[in-house]
Design a binder for this molecule. Structure first.
Ligand SMILES: [Zn+2]
Length: 357
């Protein structure tokens, strides 16, 4: 889907990105035309009408299968539940729906983790789940406890960053929160027990969510490139300047300047195990189950310059990483650096064809 320039601008300025918001924003010109043509009086709906409307939006979508879990009409189609609990949730135009009720304890835990991570609280159970505390306690979730110990997915996605994933790294030189989850005291207590947050690294301006609350709770130093600073992030403690790479966080971490999605986007390269790239919105996997990378995300949801994004990608090829953990898009785990390079080069070629058409 191609966004109009005005929709792109609004998405960009509001910090709201991606499809769900864009659809809503595209309605704006029509509304303006109508109000310019005539002066009309609109009565505010009564409290009863408002409450009924709200209730119907929270009703079960008919696309859900029968059973305890369901998705309501407020879903913003962000994909979070579908990758967190793929055996339970699927895309059912134009939103998510439950296609299989969880049966095993593992399936149920994943469905509850998705329920807690849904940025719009659009997932429900017919009765209050008795095991919800167990689900809260399961965050942050290890990404791969064997290969990259100490790397976690935070969950609790925020609507203000259109459900971007955020991550937590525990390490002797200071724990790092990468992009901002929705503030949750449950999660804060877990972070506290794991040694707190020393730094909060923000990949770019879109995925900052509750950065102020996390900073106030842990007194951590926030890091953001100066080109990404806006009024709400003027207060960040460390503003990166220039084109990096920056390695002041320790020998295990490099910050890589990757403009393209936005002007001052930065990725974090963690050199543990076979390496992890926290790619923000620069690069992410496609919703398909293969290893394909998402050209749609790179081209359609681009707020600065696609050609510059593709140039920045060249900087990533010499780095060692087999894990790709994005803000938006699916995570990817490549079996080798060779496989990763083939996938990235195929992605580059596909993007070049798409933008030349
Ligand atoms: Zn973004």
């Amino acid at each position: 889907m191609e966004l109009t320039c005005s929709a792109r601008l609004l998405c960009h300025e509001s910090g709201l990105s991606f499809l769900g918001h864009a659809r809503k924003l595209n309605l704006a010109p029509k509304t303006r035309q109508a109000s310019a043509a005539t002066t009309r009086v609109y009565r505010a709906p009564s409290a009863v009408q408002q409450s009924a409307k709200k209730e119907s939006k929270r009703a079960r979508r008919p696309e859900n299968v029968e059973g305890e879990f369901y998705v309501d009409h407020t879903c913003i189609d962000c994909d979070t539940c579908r990758w967190m609990a793929p055996t339970v949730f699927k895309h059912s135009n134009p939103q998510s729906a439950v296609y299989h009720q969880p049966e095993s304890p593992e399936e149920r835990l994943k469905a509850l983790q998705a329920l807690l991570s849904c940025p719009t609280s659009s997932i429900h159970t017919e009765r209050p789940p008795k095991d919800i505390k167990q689900a809260h306690d399961s965050f942050p979730i290890p990404v791969d406890a064997d290969e990259i110990q100490g790397v976690y997915h935070c969950g609790y996605h925020s609507e203000s960053s259109f459900a971007a994933s955020s991550y937590f790294i525990t390490r002797p030189d200071g724990n790092i929160l990468i992009d901002s989850p929705r503030y949750s005291e449950n999660l804060a207590k877990k972070f506290e027990a794991m040694g707190g947050i020393r730094y909060m690294f923000l990949t770019h301006k879109d995925d900052i969510a509750d950065h102020k609350r996390w900073q106030a709770r842990f007194n951590c130093e926030r890091i953001l490139h100066e080109l990404e600073v806006q009024p709400q992030t003027e207060c960040v403690e460390i503003k990166l300047q220039g084109q990096g790479p920056w390695n002041f966080l320790g020998p295990d971490i490099d910050l890589i300047f990757t403009p393209g999605h936005t002007r001052g986007h930065v990725c974090l390269h963690y050199k543990k195990g076979n390496g992890v790239l926290f790619s923000g919105d620069h690069l992410g996997g496609d919703e398909s189950s293969g290893l394909e990378l998402s050209a749609n995300m790179a081209i359609t949801y681009n707020w600065y310059n696609v050609n510059i994004l593709l140039e920045s990608l060249q900087k990533l090829l010499p780095l060692e990483f087999t894990w790709l953990l994005p803000g938006h898009g699916r995570r990817r785990h490549f079996s080798s650096l060779e496989e990763r390079d083939v996938i990235i080069k195929e992605f580059l070629a596909r993007c070049r064809v798409l933008i030349s058409n």
